[in-house]
Design a protein around this ligand. Structure first.
Ligand SMILES: *Cc1c(COP(=O)(O)O)cnc(C)c1O
Length: 388
């Protein structure tokens, strides 16, 4: 008998970018200078003071053994202090914060702590795929909450059927949003928590992009809402804020019960974040935030550069002051995949078709601003020449 994958792997959605990858390789093979704006991974290096903190901590043998899986007390305290400074939110570092090996790890494992086989989980689409795969791995079933332009890419909470709400265990949200760039208000979080209280839901909020902004003010945290401590958990990452995607460090914060459940899963699966990386993360959170502000301004400039080219081609984008993504509307009559192929074939620019993030992303494409301005200028000039 051939070896078969488990049903949970078979239940994962197919990889939608195969055809696009094939065309990209074909275009590259022709010698075209392809500009890749596909993957959402910051191109700039980690700021030097963070690297230095890693180097120093890595040289100290006290950091060479297993860390506490939930995070060093000093790290958890730095996170709690960050919430106090940033949002005026009080957290008990011992019970309301947990370190993560990158937030993706926490997002994927969280459902294992609270979802029983057959339970419903509400997740947005278009979205980062991990809310869905984590649910599938836990044996749960996903009910999607579509994010539509007419609602500012927020879920229409009133449109979720009552019987679905009654059966659901968790509702996922992600603001500032990947892929749309949409943001949420504290009022939205409050409305969401009120609904969650009515139907006994857990609210899981992915805030990976909260610091990627040029708005001059922090994106709200769900933990600012009074009901949050009862039933919300927020996932945070240093990846996008400090250009640290390869370092694998983040945290979860919120309801002590939810943190405890996540911690129980984690203590059986992983052994925490390398302490030297935790020291580096502390240096990132407590040190100068000049680099964060500078990155925000840089993404704004990069965005304006690309949007100019898109506008010249007659295309429109969803406006935002958050994330390093441009969410561009595909001209009517074209599918997202056709648009992405055309842009690749005729301009040599890789963009991600919106339907790859879920069916409601059809009609849109995502452009990641992860190249330097001169390169983006080149991309914009090529895009400007496209005829639709
Ligand atoms: C990049 C990203 C993350 C996770 O990043 P980590 O590197 O695992 O911390 C989480 N959510 C969204 C929406 C992302 O785009």
């Amino acid at each position: 008998m051939p070896i078969e994958f488990a049903e949970r792997l078979k239940a994962l959605p197919p990889y939608l970018f195969k055809e696009l990858d094939r065309i990209r390789d074909e275009v590259k093979a022709k010698g075209v200078d392809v500009i890749d704006l596909g993957v959402g991974d910051p191109d700039r290096p980690t700021p030097p003071h963070i690297i230095q903190a890693l180097n120093e901590a890595a040289a100290d043998s006290k950091n060479h053994q297993y860390p506490v899986y939930s995070g060093m007390n000093s790290f958890l305290t730095v996170v709690a202090n960050w919430y106090k400074r940033r949002y005026g939110v009080d957290l008990d570092p011992k019970t309301e914060v947990c370190s993560l090996i990158g937030s993706k790890e926490g997002l994927a494992q969280f459902p294992l702590a609270f979802v029983n086989p057959g339970d419903l989980v509400l997740a947005p689409e278009p979205a980062y795929p991990v809310y869905r795969s984590g649910t599938i791995f836990a044996g749960g079933t996903v009910h999607f909450t579509p994010l539509l332009e007419k609602n500012g890419f927020l879920p229409d909470l009133k449109a979720i059927p009552k019987d679905i709400l009654t059966k659901a265990k968790i509702i996922w949200v992600n603001y500032p949003n990947n892929p749309t760039g949409a943001s949420a208000s504290l009022d939205f979080y409050q409305e969401l928590l009120a609904l969650a209280k009515e139907y006994d839901l857990i609210v899981a909020s992915d805030a990976a992009y909260s610091e990627v902004t040029w708005s001059g003010r922090p994106h709200p945290s769900i933990l600012q809402a009074p009901l949050a401590k009862e039933r919300a958990i927020e996932f945070h990452s240093l990846s996008k804020t400090y250009n640290m995607t390869g370092w694998r460090v983040g945290w979860a914060a919120g309801s002590a019960t939810l943190i405890k459940g996540l911690g129980l899963v984690k203590s059986n699966v992983d052994s925490g974040v390398f302490q030297a990386v935790q020291f580096a993360a502390m240096a990132a959170l407590e040190g100068s935030q000049d680099s964060v502000e500078a990155m925000g301004r840089l993404y704004q400039t990069r965005r304006e550069t690309v949007v100019q080219g898109l506008k010249a081609a007659g295309l429109t984008v969803f406006p935002t002051e958050y994330t390093f993504y441009v969410w561009v509307k595909v001209p009517s009559g074209l599918k997202s995949a056709d648009f992405a192929s055309k842009v690749l074939n005729e301009a040599g620019v890789v963009v991600t078709p919106g339907n790859g993030f879920g069916p409601s992303g059809e009609g849109w494409a995502r452009i990641a601003l992860v190249q330097e301005v001169p390169r983006l200028k080149e991309a914009a000039e090529r895009l400007a020449k496209l005829k639709f």
